[in-house]
Design a binder for this molecule. Structure first.
Ligand code: PLP
Length: 433
């Protein structure tokens, strides 16, 4: 094994010396946080999604024989409908084993455009549809496009944690837009617009929303779009991944339906939630003219294309029968009511009824427990996995998120355990100190 040690004059050369092989190997394998290699500063700022850490911890506890009920991770507990699975199997048998176009297979891009037309009566060119490996990827690309030191990016707080993480990665300034319980966990157009500065480059919107289950009403969205007319240089990323997960006859107001912002709108959507396909890693985005090529080039650089059989599955999801979606939503609706009733029955806990997605975001501030400590103690002590509100932003303190993607029996058992935990331990030790 050799390493270079020097240079001389204009003619660079390396003098090599033999080093102890074992010393190098142990250096490479050292568990010292990578002291030897300096990465760009963004990696010191990047965050993550605590839901995955909770999922891992719940798995460890379960493997130790503890009874665990997971209300932590945000994924439907239903299998992908069989017709969709079969379409992927068929694609494999048919020899769909190679690269596809980086933008996605043409019939899938056409199906996305047709689906958006069917649901929102909007004309979207298939040429503007980019098939990506997961909903997250669109936010990754969009935030990379606009985030840099000196730029401001507005994002919802509490909100999906990757927005802030990626904004910080780029060096842009994250500007949280408060999502308030007393506003039904909808975003406020007025408050969003009041946070715009001359440095604002991107505004991120999410409705129906994670983690609060809020749905922003049409009037508020119209007000925001109207206000954004004064800021024509701000790009908009609308995360509509829960657009089919609505209750009580709520309508989804897609930002795509506002022609006045189409030239700066990036739409994020995908299959993960609606079709119970989180593990397939599939998503799509709609890009305005000026941005599509940039997104496509990044796709070529980063992932080449989405897994070919998964794209055929996605095609079947959009063009095949939709009854599995309706059945899943009907079950989520029943659980939603159950979870809200049971939560409101626990002393110190109050929960407004979520209008979308599959999350409840109860206010636990009157229990005297800090939200993250409560979530952690519920998991360690009672085997109930939830996520502390602060994992979704500064304004998440006082709340925990429960995903009701679990059976009614498990939801009842989880909330019985939560009730008994709070009865046994009414205060948080950390508050007393
Ligand atoms: N956007 C929101 C608001 C989400 O909650 C999630 C996943 O939880 C995503 C995007 C990412 O979805 P995917 O699993 O397709 O990457």
């Amino acid at each position: 094994m050799f390493i270079g040690t020097g240079q001389s004059g204009t003619c660079r050369y390396y003098r090599w010396r033999i080093l102890d092989r074992q010393a190098i190997i142990s250096g490479i394998l050292s568990d010292d946080g990578g002291k030897m290699l300096r990465t760009i500063a963004g990696f010191d700022r990047i965050g993550e999604e605590n839901a995955f850490a909770v999922l891992a911890r719940a798995g460890v506890l379960a493997s130790e024989g503890k009874s665990i009920i997971n209300l932590g991770i945000g994924q439907p507990d239903f299998p992908t409908p069989p017709n969709i699975v079969e379409a992927a199997v068929k694609a494999l048998h048919d020899g769909q084993h190679g690269y596809t176009p980086a933008t996605g297979i043409p019939p899938l891009r056409e199906a996305v455009a047709a689906d958006l037309h069917r649901r929102f009566a909007v004309d979207v060119s298939p040429e503007r549809v980019l098939i990506v490996p997961g909903g997250k990827v669109t936010m990754f690309v969009a935030i990379l496009m606009f985030g840099e030191p000196g730029a401001d990016i507005l994002y919802p707080d509490p909100g999906f944690p990757i927005y802030r993480s990626m904004i910080e990665f780029t060096g842009a300034r994250p500007i949280p837009v408060p999502i308030r319980e007393n506003n039904g966990f909808a975003f406020s157009a007025e408050e969003s617009l009041s946070l715009v500065t001359p440095d604002t480059r991107l505004i991120i919107l999410n409705s129906p929303a994670n983690p609060c289950g809020g749905v922003t009403p049409r009037a508020e969205i119209e007000k925001l779009v109207e206000g954004l007319a004064d800021f024509p240089d701000i790009a908009i990323l609308s995360d509509e991944i829960y657009d089919q997960m609505l209750y009580d006859g709520q309508e989804h107001v897609s930002l795509l339906t506002f022609p006045e912002i189409r030239d700066r709108l990036i739409l994020l959507n995908g299959w993960s939630k609606t079709y119970a396909m989180t593990g397939w890693r599939l998503g799509y985005s709609i890009w305005p003219d000026g941005l599509f090529e940039k997104a496509r080039k990044l796709a070529v650089n980063a992932w080449s294309c989405v897994n070919a059989p998964a794209q055929f599955a996605a095609l079947e999801a959009l063009t095949g029968p939709q009854d599995a979606v309706a059945a899943m939503m009907s079950e989520f609706d029943t659980r939603r009511k159950l979870v809200v009733d049971l939560l409101n029955d626990i002393p110190g806990v109050s929960c407004i009824t979520p209008k979308g997605a599959f999350y409840a975001f109860p206010n636990v501030s009157a229990t005297g427990h800090k939200a993250k400590a409560l979530a952690s103690e519920l998991l360690e002590g009672k085997g109930v996995a939830t996520i502390g509100g602060p994992d979704f932003g500064i304004l998440g303190e006082g709340y925990i998120r429960l995903s009701y993607a679990n059976s009614q029996d498990n939801i009842c058992e989880a909330l019985t355990r939560m009730r008994s935990f709070l009865a046994e331990k009414p205060d948080d030790d950390s508050l007393a100190g």
